[in-house]
Design a protein around this ligand. Structure first.
Ligand code: ADP
Ligand code: MG
Length: 256
């Protein structure tokens, strides 16, 4: 049985895609079988895993609408050594088209159930909105990973996400919980980063992951080569941090 996690935060540019791609590659390095689900019409995770989003025969879009299935649509990221359910801008249309369909919140959950036995981890890269797509991610998952930058406005908007997660937990998916807040793009030289980081630990306790992802230029460079940062420069501080985060996730699921 795969453990399924959503990487979500309705803010854009907070490190969701970087986290999904590099956690996938980090877990693969630890010999875990991983499927990355790209649930963002921008297709950044697809490209970051080395898959051309322009030439897809089937994608998350067809899977959500039920005209294809995960086993058909998934592709292999050779660079990352994990599977990808790829996406592109077509997926934006699913938002509207799904309104007509039955069980529209659980279409992704139902689709993933068929490949559950093939993986140890399924990681879902969510779009930057609390939309029907994100709702499908939350309904499919056992837990949510929330990447955030330790800056002044970091906590703003977090309550909207937490309330949405609570509602999904109460009404649609009793399995769902927040696994943790992941501090990303961290700059230890900034006093503010350290203050916000300490506040997060005080407020959220063990819901804050031990691993901290530093700001690291190699992680930002890797996507343009279509290679996850973890494989692009394995010795870089960013890669090392995501491998450590993979190990922390493997530890955490043992107690779930
Ligand atoms: P999101 O998916 O939440 O929109 P991304 O993962 O695409 O966010 O990250 C936004 C930008 O920040 C990208 O250009 C990415 O390369 C960069 N970035 C993300 N994490 C790091 C990091 N730890 N160090 C340096 N750059 C990063
Ligand atoms: Mg993204």
């Amino acid at each position: 049985m795969a453990k399924i996690f959503c990487v979500a935060n309705q803010k854009g540019g907070v490190g969701k895609t970087t986290t999904t791609v590099n956690l996938s590659a980090g877990l693969a390095k630890l010999n875990q079988r991983v499927l990355l689900v790209d649930l963002d019409p921008q297709g950044n995770a697809t490209m970051g895993a080395g898959i051309n989003k322009a030439g897809l025969e089937a994608s998350t879009y067809e899977v959500m609408l039920g005209t294809s299935d995960v086993a058909t649509a998934r592709l292999r990221s050779e660079a990352g050594r994990f599977d990808v359910l790829p996406s592109n801008r077509e997926l934006a249309g699913a938002e509207v088209e799904m309104v007509e369909l039955e069980r529209r919140e659980t279409r992704l959950k139902d689709a993933l159930a068929l490949v559950d036995a093939d993986y140890d981890f399924i990681l879902i890269d969510c779009p930057p909105a609390l939309s029907m797509l994100t709702l499908n991610g939350l309904c499919a998952a056992h837990g949510v990973i929330i990447p955030m930058q330790c800056e002044y406005y970091a906590l703003e908007g977090l309550s909207d996400l937490v309330n949405t997660i609570k509602k999904v937990h109460a009404n649609l998916n009793p399995d769902l919980k927040i696994i943790g807040l992941l501090r990303v793009m961290f700059d230890p030289r900034m006093t503010l980063s350290q203050q916000v980081s300490a506040q997060l630990e005080q407020h959220f306790g063990d819901k804050v992951f031990d691993t901290i992802i530093p700001r690291n230029v190699r992680l930002a460079e890797a996507p343009s080569y279509g290679i996850p940062g973890v494989t692009f420069d394995p010795s870089s501080k960013g890669a090392q941090a995501y491998i450590a985060f993979g190990a922390e996730m493997v530890r955490r699921i043992k107690t779930m």
